[in-house]
Design a protein. Structure first.
Length: 133
């Protein structure tokens, strides 16, 4: 299991202990979330189950950024500052779930994320294979 991506061209290899969940809650719709100490990747589809090989773009949360009704990225950069889709001046996100099995979830992601008082950063070449719980 792994998570890797680039922040403004710098390669990041996240800890392999991240976990993924996929749920289909009737109250909020389908949700996919990957959570580790350094990154959160989330997809919310209010209309149906999470689809594979379909790009999901940024959707702001009606509640709290990073909650189950947001599609976006939240990443801690190497110096410890948190960046998110909701913090970007012009948020751009593409998350594609390429495979969902009973044991794992894998996919790709990219985007532009930001933090208050900082320039937006580019996330490229994001990919993961995560254990599913």
């Amino acid at each position: 299991y792994y998570m890797r991506y680039k922040i403004d061209g710098a390669q990041i290899n996240d800890s392999p202990d991240g976990i993924a969940s996929v749920s289909n809650l009737t109250t909020v719709g389908a949700y996919f979330g990957y959570v580790s100490p350094e990154i959160n990747v989330s997809v919310h589809d209010p209309g149906s189950a999470i689809k594979t090989n379909v790009p999901y773009g940024y959707v702001a949360s009606a509640n709290t950024p990073g909650s189950t009704d947001e599609t976006g990225l939240t990443i801690k950069n190497p110096s410890g500052q948190w960046y998110s889709s909701s913090g970007a001046k012009t948020p751009v996100v593409s998350i594609v779930i390429t495979s969902i099995t009973s044991n794992s979830v894998q996919g790709t992601f990219s985007g532009i994320i930001g933090a208050t008082g900082s320039n937006d950063v580019s996330i490229t070449d994001g990919e993961f294979v995560a254990i599913r719980f």
